[in-house]
Write a protein that binds this ligand. Sequence first.
Ligand SMILES: Nc1ncnc2c1ncn2[C@@H]1O[C@H](COP(=O)(O)OP(=O)(O)OP(=O)(O)O)[C@@H](O)[C@H]1O
Length: 308
Amino acid sequence: MHTVLELRDITKKFGHQVALNHISLSIQRGDIYGLIGRNGAGKTTILKIIVRLLQQDRGDILLFGSSTKKDYFKQLKRTGSVIETPVANNQLTAEQNLIYYCKMKGIVDKNAVLEALNFVGLANTGKKKFKNFSLGMKQKLGLAIALLSKPDFLILDEPINGLDPIAIVEFRNMLIKLNQTQQMTILISSHVLGELYQMSTRFGIIDNGSIIKEFTKEEFETQSREYIHLQVDKPNLATTILNQLGIKSLKVVDSKTINIYDFSVDNTEIVKQLTLAHIKISTIVKEHINLESYFKTTIEPGEDINHV
Ligand SMILES: Nc1ncnc2c1ncn2[C@@H]1O[C@H](COP(=O)(O)OP(=O)(O)OP(=O)(O)O)[C@@H](O)[C@H]1O
C-alpha cells in the first residue's frame, strides 16, 4: 500500500485554544477519505495545515513520503485543493479564471483549461462572469481549478455545502469518476453525511480537535446493525420499564429518543407496557444505523446501557 498522507501527532493552537490535539491519521492511495466533524471540530484547520496555509505547532506531516520543507512543497504540486470558498476573480468568466490559474501555476498544457471545463460541466457558460455564477457553478469552478494540474491527491473542504440535490449527485459522480478512472486519492470534509457515505471508502470522525474514530466503509457495514428507534415523552421511566422487560441493550439518545439494540422483546409488548405506564409513544420503528446516527451517537454518547 502507498501512503499518500500521514499526519503524526499534529497539534495546533490559536492563542490558548487547542484547535487540533495530537492528531494522527494516514490516507492510502486510492482512498476517498471522508473527514466528519461538527462546526469548529478542526476539519478546515487540518486541511489548511496539509496545504501549508497554516503551520502546525508540533508534529510531522508526510506528503507522498516527504516531510522536509523543500520536498514537501515539491509534493504539494501533486495536490489540488479547494479550501473554504473557491477563490476566483469576480470579473472573469470560467475560462478566463482557469487561464489565469494556469499562468499562476505554470501549467503549459494547452488542453488543460478545456479539459477541466468539460469535466466539471462548465464548458457552455460563455461570457458569464464568476460574480453571476450560482453556488453550484462556483463549486464546480473551484473543482476545475484544483484539477488543472491533474493532481494525484485532491483535498476538498465542504464542497457540496449549499448545493441542490441534483448538483450534489453531479458532484459525487465527478469525484467517484476521478477516483476510479484516474486513481485520484481524495480527502473530503463534509456535513452532508448521507452523501459522504455514498462516496467515501474510509472515514475519520474528529471532535474537539481529536480524531475519535477511524473506520473503513466495509468495517462500518459489517458492524452497523438494526435497532428500534423509540420516541416517548418520558424516556427515563420508559428506560426503567424496558429494563424490567429484560431489554439489556439500549441507549437514551436525547430528551425523547431511545435506541433499542436488543430484539428479545416484541414491539407490541413494548408498546403495551409503556402505554400501561401512561407513556406517550410518538415513534416506534425498526431502523438501520446509518453514518448520521452513528456520528451523532459517537460524538454525543448519551446514556449508554450495555451497548457497545
Ligand atoms: N484563524 C483562527 N484564529 C482563531 N481561532 C481559529 C482560527 N481558525 C480556526 N479557529 C478555531 O479553531 C477551531 C477549529 O476550527 P475549524 O475551522 O478547523 O473547524 P471546522 O471543523 O472546519 O468547522 P466548520 O465545519 O464550522 O468549518 C474552532 O474553534 C475555530 O474557532
